[in-house]
Design a protein around this ligand. Structure first.
Ligand code: GAP
Length: 457
């Protein structure tokens, strides 16, 4: 087996692989698609679920100081006045009267002119750009059957605000006191104008956000704690540490609510870009919602008699960007027997399918035995049965979706009830008794909370 160059991955190859294997593909394709919007197919859904499960595991399973929440997407419109999104969640836009396209005024240097893609907007004498104007990123809709008489509401642009609105309620039943966190996963919506780079920037996307409420004098310490925790989480998912970094925001980049933010960045094929933001939001949100709602949003410590508005440290991650980083990081090409192979060396925890069961040929009792093996595994592991096509093609297919192990049933299996287990990464095969298979595979797959890449280093 010959390995190709380490930088074999490009965004085009990831997009093509995701489409070819049905992980992620453009939405509304029969109507020509819709800007920056994608659908997730079977393997994409399984991969996404594994990302979200790993996040919940880190937030809820591995700790005792965080509780879960699932708040509404459409909240009271005053939410967005208080949070500052109505006034300040904007991008500066310019229109070109010549080509009719719209551009982010602060990204002109990275964008392509509508008529001469080799130039940036405004670079040719024909470009006729308007003055920049602020454009709010929130999607607006109406509650009620009559648009004009209804109440204007917004699809949430971040899940965080639902957590702040429920702070008092959760505090009442969660039996927690600061430092403690409230975690939630769900869809957010932003009317993004900038080209998306596949699922990196989409109109609707899933966020994994946790608001950690702390005594004010402990905020900086907890910010540092979460920077480390979150960076480690990506490493434990198998992402190469040298493709990850923390980047503190400059003062002019900070959001209106933040006194300090660092991004976890990944070296995507498009360059270093944000995977997750970890912000010290201070008491901005609770103070604002207290002001706008008239509710007291504070913590009263009955033991010390102390009363204060907790400060908030917020790790805010995107599911799509985590998937994209995992896919780019896992993508590899090598050569086996003169044939090129594309393989996703995904961490077993993330792999959509953990084991594929394949009869070598579709006769001589092999499919029946393979079905028996498949049935013994599928309750325990995400398994797949496949008997269509040559064995080589079936291996290639599993390699491309990142299946760590293929179990093959051959003529010897019918004689001695052993099967071969093929390792996706090393391509080594060994024979294992069918009765030992669940335990053997379970043990090989159960490294999960450490990175095989780190372990091998
Ligand atoms: N509550 C803070 C907040 O929303 P953010 O940096 O705007 O902060 C957090 O978003 C994460 O959500 C980002 O790091 C990214 O992973 C993801 N995200 C934001 N906008 C996105 C978009 N348009 N498409 C895909 N993911 C997005």
């Amino acid at each position: 087996m010959r390995r190709m160059a380490a930088d074999a991955v490009t965004m085009d190859k990831i997009v093509a692989l995701c489409k070819r294997r049905g992980l992620i593909f453009p939405a509304s394709e029969i109507y020509g698609g819709i800007a920056n919007t994608y659908d997730y197919g079977h393997y994409g859904v399984l991969l996404k679920r594994n990302v979200i499960d790993a996040w919940w595991q880190a937030m809820i399973g591995d700790r005792t100081d965080i509780v879960a929440l699932d708040s509404a997407i459409i909240q009271h419109p005053r939410t967005w006045e208080a949070s500052g999104h109505l006034a300040g969640f904007t991008d500066p836009l310019v229109d070109c009267k010549t080509c009719g396209q719209r551009f982010r005024a602060d990204h002109l240097g990275e964008l392509a002119c509508g008529r001469k893609p080799s130039k940036h907007p405004g670079e040719t004498p024909e470009c006729d750009l308007t003055e920049a104007r602020e454009f709010n990123l929130m999607f607006e809709t109406t509650i009620g059957p009559v648009k004009e008489a209804g109440a204007t509401v917004y699809l949430r642009p971040e899940t965080a605000q639902g957590i702040f609105l429920d702070f008092k309620t959760v505090l009442g039943f969660a039996r927690k006191k600061p430092p403690f966190g409230i975690a939630q996963v769900g869809k957010s919506f932003r009317n993004e104008i900038t080209p998306g780079n596949f699922v990196f920037r989409t109109l609707e996307f899933e966020q994994m956000e946790m608001e950690f409420f702390v005594p004010p004098d402990k905020a900086q310490q907890w910010h540092e704690h979460w920077l480390k925790e979150r960076l480690d989480w990506y490493v434990r998912l198998g992402i190469r540490p040298d493709y990850l970094k923390l980047r503190p925001h400059d003062a002019d980049e900070l959001s209106h609510y933040s006194s300090a933010t660092s991004d976890v960045e990944y070296l995507y094929p498009i360059g270093w870009s944000e995977l997750e933001g970890i912000a010290n939001r201070g008491d901005f949100d609770l103070t604002q919602h207290a002001k706008f709602s008239g509710e007291k949003l504070e913590y009263f410590d009955t033991a010390s008699g102390e009363r204060y508005v907790p400060h908030v440290v917020e790790p805010a991650a995107g599911v799509g960007r985590t998937m994209l980083a995992a896919l780019c990081d896992a993508y590899d090409e090598d050569e086996i027997g003169g044939e090129q192979r594309t393989v996703l060396k995904l961490h077993p925890r993330l792999a959509p399918i953990k084991v594929a069961v394949l009869p070598l040929v579709r006769k001589d009792g092999q499919p029946e035995l393979a079905r028996e093996v498949f049935d013994s595994l599928r309750g325990q592991l995400q398994a797949e049965y496949d008997e269509g096509g040559t064995i080589g093609r079936r291996y290639r297919r599993q390699d491309e979706i990142g299946t760590p192990y293929c179990v093959t049933i051959d003529h010897q299996s019918l004689e001695d009830r052993t099967v071969t287990v093929r390792d996706r990464d090393t391509l080594e095969q060994d024979r294992v008794p069918i009765d030992d298979l669940p335990a053997t595979l379970g043990a090989r797959l159960a490294s999960p909370w450490e990175s095989p890449k780190l372990a091998a280093a």
